[in-house]
Design a protein around this ligand. Structure first.
Ligand code: C2O
Ligand code: CU
Length: 485
């Protein structure tokens, strides 16, 4: 695309203009936002059973033609899973792709064998049926593939979806919860398409693929019709590498009510909200009749040098979703002043302190090895993990199985939006994060959980480690990392 030339794609026009080099595209919002359907389930002997099928398909996302995409129970993305705390769930995952993959329940507290990490590969034609009891607070979690070395590609092609957990506490609050009406999934991803509408998988910069087309729930140029005074948005950064500093085009305030692992103690009024890959937040936005506003990503300070910031897409301004209110809006209750009780985990009870330095696609100098257990954690103990990014590239840190609390960041208290339950956190270069977490899920000594950078190309390149949770004094088993296909 030459300077000043406009490529008009149905649903979205992209202008390449030299004087606004950091503005990626002017988006022509004309497609109704797709709302992923709620997954249907059946009851079998007290278990809630979901059937998911990973499949290849074709999707007309942008004009010019169709893209080869992957999805769950459809050609792109997947249905929203929903379950109540206390429910026993079983998910039958059938792999109809022609290569092996996995499905990982990101943010879920569950046995490692059900986790869907790189050790739970599903071969083409096979069915994998993990089952576990949901035991954590109401939250917006998600699911995505996790095959070692291939996660970026599998997610980029379109596999993933939300996994909403409900509980009695959340149900008692006067919150918006009519799915698809005033409670809206907002799965944000950046992709690159060629002039034939095909996915481009080579738009790689320093830290992974940065796309110039932003999709919400797989829709380009999306419009959301607002029908109530307030709307709850469950925002997920499902991009492989891009971070977003969300805000609205008119800088209106919004209330953040939940982070990765569930409700905050109280709503936080914000005009900007940073989500790096894998992170979620629930926000409530208020609108008046006939009001419009655009959810946007603003340039953000990731603590990177100028050049890196640009190559990471952090200098971009991106229009993401047009919210268009009708002439009559249903009333909705004000955001509750108190949301949840979060007992701070007590540092003095920590049985262990571990350090993790992320640097050069390694953690503590080691590249991921499927056959090596990096850390052995004792069941029913609390640990402090001190994590930092030791060089100038952007990284975040995600831990499987647990939700953690941030004790401090370079010795200072975390901001209110980082003071709830988290499973993924952005690490600006050379800043120390002390995370505290409790391990209560026993797992076989030879089935590990993962921790890693959630910039998926970094993860694929080896910025990942493995831990097991075992009885005191128990040795880890030999982990079977042999997955030849
Ligand atoms: Cu969302 Cu190990 O990942
Ligand atoms: Cu990274």
């Amino acid at each position: 695309v030459g300077a000043g030339a406009a490529v008009t794609l149905t649903g979205c026009s992209i202008f390449d203009s030299r004087d606004s080099i950091d503005t990626v595209g002017q988006v022509d919002f004309r497609n109704r936002l797709h709302i992923p359907p709620l997954a249907e389930s059946t009851r079998q002997d007290g278990t809630t059973v979901f059937d998911l099928t990973a499949q290849a398909g074709r999707s007309a996302v942008v004009p010019g033609g169709e893209a080869d995409t992957w999805g769950i129970n459809g050609p792109l993305l997947g249905p929203t899973l929903r379950a109540k705390r206390g429910a026993q769930v079983q998910i039958n995952v059938t792999n109809e792709l022609d290569e092996a993959t996995t499905l990982h329940w990101h943010g879920m507290h569950l046995p490692a064998a059900a986790d869907g990490g790189p050790h739970q590969m599903i071969e083409p034609g096979d069915v994998w049926s993990p089952s576990w009891r949901i035991n954590q607070p109401a939250a917006t979690l998600w699911y995505h593939p996790h095959p070692h070395g291939q996660t970026e590609r599998h997610v980029y092609r379109g596999m993933g979806g939300l996994f909403i957990i409900d509980d009695e506490h959340e149900a008692r609050l006067d919150l918006l919860r009519e799915y698809g009406v005033d409670d809206i999934p907002v799965i944000v991803q950046d992709k690159t398409f060629d002039e034939h509408g095909r996915l481009v998988e080579t738009s790689r910069r320093d830290n992974g693929m940065i796309g110039d087309t932003i999709l919400v729930n797989g829709t380009a140029g999306p419009v959301l019709d607002i029908t109530a005074r307030r709307t709850r948005l469950r925002v997920l950064n499902a991009s492989t590498a891009r971070s977003y500093s969300f805000g609205f085009s008119d800088d209106r305030e919004f209330s953040m009510i939940a982070s990765d692992g569930g409700l905050l103690r109280e709503p936080v009024a914000l005009t900007r909200m940073l989500l790096t890959p894998g992170e979620r937040a629930e926000i409530i936005v208020e609108m008046t009749p006939n009001d419009t506003t655009t959810l946007r990503s603003y340039p953000q300070d990731l603590g990177l040098s100028e050049g890196r910031s640009r190559s990471t897409g952090a200098t971009d301004t991106l229009d993401i979703l047009l919210l268009q209110a009708g002439g009559q809006l249903l009333p909705s209750a004000p955001v509750p002043a108190r949301l949840a009780t979060i007992e701070p985990l007590d540092e003095s009870t920590a049985a262990e302190t571990r350090e993790f330095e992320l640097r050069n696609n390694r953690i503590n100098g080691e590249s991921m090895d499927m056959n090596r257990i990096d850390d052995v954690v004792t069941i029913d103990t609390t640990e402090v993990w001190e994590v930092w990014n030791g060089h100038g590239q952007p990284h975040n840190f995600h831990v499987h199985d647990v939700q953690f609390q941030i004790l401090d960041i370079d010795g200072r208290d975390p901001s209110p939006e980082l003071s709830g339950w988290k499973d993924t956190v952005y690490l600006p270069p050379d800043v120390r994060f002390r995370l505290i977490m409790r391990f209560t899920e026993y797992t076989d000594p030879d089935v590990p959980y993962m921790y890693h950078c959630h910039l998926l190309w970094h993860e694929d390149e080896g910025m990942m480690g493995q831990f097991v949770v075992v009885e005191r004094g128990q040795e880890p088993g030999a982990v079977d990392g042999d997955h030849d296909h």
